[in-house]
Design a protein around this ligand. Structure first.
Ligand code: MSP
Length: 492
């Protein structure tokens, strides 16, 4: 039984100087599938994505492009929005960290944790990686370079303000012991061990990075880009005063990549504890895509552009592949061959073929044909398993359960030799098959919205969750209007 409730879901906000690739696209598709699923089941959904626009990296990229910082980010962010539109990402809000309201929210947040005695001034010295915007200890460096990206690091000493992260060790451990907070569970363990190993206070200001929000407690300092970025989850709801804050806080799921788990699963909860705000329910740390088993990087020139794939194969095909090819928490290797194999072997041969065959038979049966019978095929749909997977934020398993049903429906056509049936037997088979296609159109909708709508239109049916079972009166009552193939076979 699904209970109706509010559902607040977010993606990482991407650096405005990044060229977005299939890795970024995956986080947004995962969040979109969950947002659409929750809207479908009747929840009150708020879905946020956006752009992270401050910091040294952005400043450098703008300078390299010969542009003013703000013009540069305006230009880049337009491309983000275009990509999300092309991928049918149904976000309710696009938050930009250069918006006035966001900047005010960040300052208000800092003032609260300052009042709670969690900020102090000290000298900061450490190995700093510009690319990761992170200080590292000597021990953490890998061959003297940044352990995250392998780039050169430099010693930086400066006055800074610190957040008392260490003070929250006990409360964080207690919270981790009581809650299943980070998914997959082994990522929770990883974070638990790091917390248990001891937490150093973290610097939350920089005197030198001026493309940033001013630190409200000292006019010579600027707020560290990660604190600025995390507060987007609040400012997107209009915190502190917005009605959406009251309606949607706390977040139900933060979809992130495993690389930024520390910030979301340790730093962010501690900041929220300090500010007295409720903690998110779940952090979903997704795995990474490599390309033909190699790390994607500009220097290797193997960065996969989602727009090119959408142009070539459609948004739905890409959404399908990104979710179906690997579990959300796992790493996976992208290759165009594997993508084409799934299009031809599954989207064309399973789903497209089913819908085409069933509608051809229904149309052949004639305008006055009745599609009536007893529910045989509906029992093969493992609805409970599907709902449990979606509730457990395991959308890869959810999609697998739908696919199992699509295959059962094709099997039903073959085993009953539906094409050779007549009279009552044909009517019964088509009742089962048309109802199966109708239910599939609803279930597939969060994953492939255009395809779900196309199937529903061919059946004269609606995408409504309460209709997501075989009709109890034993009749299919849609109006058939067969269309073309849902997916084109790709020649290899
Ligand atoms: N701006 C920060 C996030 C702040 S959130 C408050 C940031 N941005 S980013 O542009 O570098 O993108 C981060 C996210 O992109 C990763 O966490 C991950 O979700 C996604 N990915 C980047 N490369 C990826 C892959 N190769 N594969 C899968 N996802 C990847 O960090």
């Amino acid at each position: 039984m699904i209970t109706i409730s509010k559902f607040y879901i977010t993606t990482p906000i991407y650096y405005a100087n990044d060229k977005l690739h299939i890795g970024h696209a995956t986080s947004n598709v995962i969040a979109d599938v969950l947002a659409r699923w929750h809207r479908l089941i009747g929840d009150d959904v708020f879905f946020v994505t956006g752009s992270d626009e401050h910091g040294e990296k952005i400043e450098k990229s703008a300078a390299a492009a010969g542009m003013q910082n703000i013009d540069f980010v305006d230009y880049e962010v337009r491309k983000f929005k275009e990509l999300w539109q092309r991928l049918n990402i149904s976000n309710d809000c696009f938050i930009r960290t250069t918006e006035k309201a966001h900047e005010e929210a960040v300052k208000a947040f800092i003032e609260i944790i300052g009042r709670n005695q969690d900020i102090y001034k000290a000298k900061y010295s450490g190995w700093y990686c510009v690319h990761e915007e992170t200080f590292w200890t000597e021990l953490e460096l890998k061959n003297g370079k940044c352990p995250e990206c392998g780039r050169e690091v430099k010693i930086l000493e400066e006055d800074a303000y610190f957040f008392r992260l260490g003070k929250y060790q006990g409360r964080l451990l207690e919270f981790y012991n009581k809650n299943s907070f980070v998914l997959p569970p082994y990522r929770q363990k990883e974070m638990f061990n790091r917390i248990a190993g001891g937490l150093r206070d973290i610097s939350i200001t920089r005197p030198s990075v001026k493309w940033a929000i001013k630190f409200p407690l000292d006019q010579d300092q600027y707020i560290y880009v990660w604190v600025d970025a995390l507060v987007n989850y609040l400012s997107a709801l209009g915190w502190p005063n917005g009605a959406n804050f009251k309606r949607f806080w706390p977040p139900d799921v933060h979809v992130i990549g495993k690389d930024i788990n520390w910030f979301h699963s340790v730093v962010w909860p501690a900041l929220l504890m300090s500010s007295g705000l409720q903690l998110p329910s779940t952090i979903l740390a997704t795995g990474f895509w490599t390309v033909n088993n190699e790390k994607m990087s500009k220097s290797k020139g193997n960065v996969v552009d989602p727009i090119a794939l959408i142009d070539k194969y459609s948004a739905d095909a890409l959404r399908y592949f990104l979710i179906r090819e690997k579990g959300t928490g796992e790493d996976g290797s992208f290759s165009e061959d594997a993508f084409i194999a799934r299009i031809n072997g599954e989207l064309v041969a399973d789903l497209g073929n089913l819908v085409y065959r069933v509608l051809t038979l229904a149309e052949k049966a004639g305008e006055d044909a009745k599609f009536e019978g007893r529910n045989e095929l509906g029992k093969k749909l493992e609805m409970e398993k599907l709902e449990k997977s979606m509730e457990g934020i395991d959308i890869n398993s959810g999609l697998n359960a739908i696919w199992q049903f699509i295959r059962e429906a094709n099997k039903y056509v073959n085993e009953n030799k539906a094409w050779a049936l007549h009279g009552a037997e044909l009517s019964n088979a088509l009742y089962n098959l048309l109802e199966a296609c109708r239910v599939i159109s609803i279930l597939i909708y969060p994953f492939m919205p255009e395809t779900g709508e196309k199937i529903a239109a061919q059946l004269g049916a609606k995408i409504e969750f309460r209709q997501c079972a075989f009709s109890p009166d034993g009749k299919f009552s849609g109006k058939i209007k067969k269309g073309g193939y849902l997916f084109k076979k790709i020649k290899v």
